[in-house]
Design a protein around this ligand. Structure first.
Ligand code: ADP
Ligand code: MG
Length: 285
């Protein structure tokens, strides 16, 4: 490959809002046959909103929400932002720790409060389990909140698709690429989004460390894998993919781990990147 053509391609990418780390990146882009897409913040806007709060019998729903929001105020997760913005008067929390891929924990009014997946709680009352199942069935994300090992209610958040996401997935297919959706979110929410954009392969409920396993498994099958993501939890998978593409609005860690940054924060830019590399390299070979 001539360095000049690659540099021209790199320059053209920059004009299109595709920042390419090194000229040789275009070569790996051309060989890609599989695209692993993160859900939250990549296929969806990641700007979630709080749509419902359900308390277990005997629990004060207002306190539940204020305490959950207090803990979430210390987290940077898009889910956490939705909970905080949907809560008029959050309480205050100290010693907040993130539980990556699971939730967060912090001390509110002397009580250690946990928010996140139901699996974080030793005891999940039937009413809470039912609210979780109902939210997942609706394609939403339940945030279970509680303390002393007991799940005491559910805050339901909802995400929206990025405009143009379905068209971009179709274009990736037309380029001969096989799309997969991977997410730490629940199967119901993942399937709902996948159906809306036309993806039939879904890997849901994965821990951050397992996204990289999904990429590695595909590579072991001989596939050339592009990973598109935005979050801290996507960074290892972005780094291990043959080609890592970070959304421009993504976290610095994700951008650093990637080969390409899509400034427009739009999946159509991933399509443009593949087209650009093919065009650039076609003029070389
Ligand atoms: P994704 O792969 O979709 O970006 P993550 O791996 O970040 O998702 O999170 C996986 C799951 O862990 C979320 O769907 C949620 O159930 C739970 N979770 C993670 N962080 C939080 C948080 N701060 N508050 C509530 N739930 C959380
Ligand atoms: Mg994400």
């Amino acid at each position: 490959a001539t360095p000049t053509a690659l540099l021209v391609g790199t320059g053209r990418g920059a004009q299109m809002g595709i920042l390419i780390k090194g000229p040789e990146t275009l070569e790996s882009t051309r060989r890609v046959d599989t695209v692993v897409l993160d859900k939250t913040g990549t296929v969806t806007t990641g700007v979630m909103s709080l749509v419902d709060v359900v308390a277990a019998p005997g629990e004060d729903v207002v306190r539940l929400q204020r305490w959950a929001a207090a803990v979430e105020a210390g987290s940077e997760h898009p889910i956490a932002r939705a909970v905080v913005e949907g809560t008029p008067e959050p309480a205050a929390a100290t010693a907040v720790t993130g539980l990556p891929g699971l939730g967060a924990r912090g001390v509110v009014e002397g009580v250690e409060v946990t928010v996140g997946r139901a699996s974080l709680f030793a005891t999940v009352p039937t009413e809470v389990a039912e609210a979780v199942a109902a939210a997942e069935g609706d394609g939403r994300t339940p945030v279970v909140a509680g303390w002393e090992g007991v799940a005491r209610g559910v805050l339901v958040v909802s995400d929206t698709l990025k405009p143009g996401a379905a068209e971009a997935v179709r274009a990736l297919r037309d380029l001969g690429l096989r799309p997969l959706l991977v997410t730490g979110d629940n199967e119901g929410a993942a399937r709902a989004v996948a159906a809306e954009v036309g993806i039939d392969e879904v890997v849901a409920g994965v821990m951050p460390s397992e996204k990289v396993d999904v990429v590695e498994r595909l590579r072991a099958e001989g596939r050339v894998v592009a990973m598109v993501g935005d979050g801290v939890n996507d960074a290892p998978a972005l780094a291990s993919a043959d080609l890592g593409l970070a959304m421009g609005a993504g976290t610095d860690v994700a951008i650093e781990a990637s080969d390409l940054t899509l400034v427009r924060d739009d999946l159509a830019a991933a399509v443009d990147a593949v087209r650009l590399s093919r065009r650039t390299l076609a003029t070389i070979k």
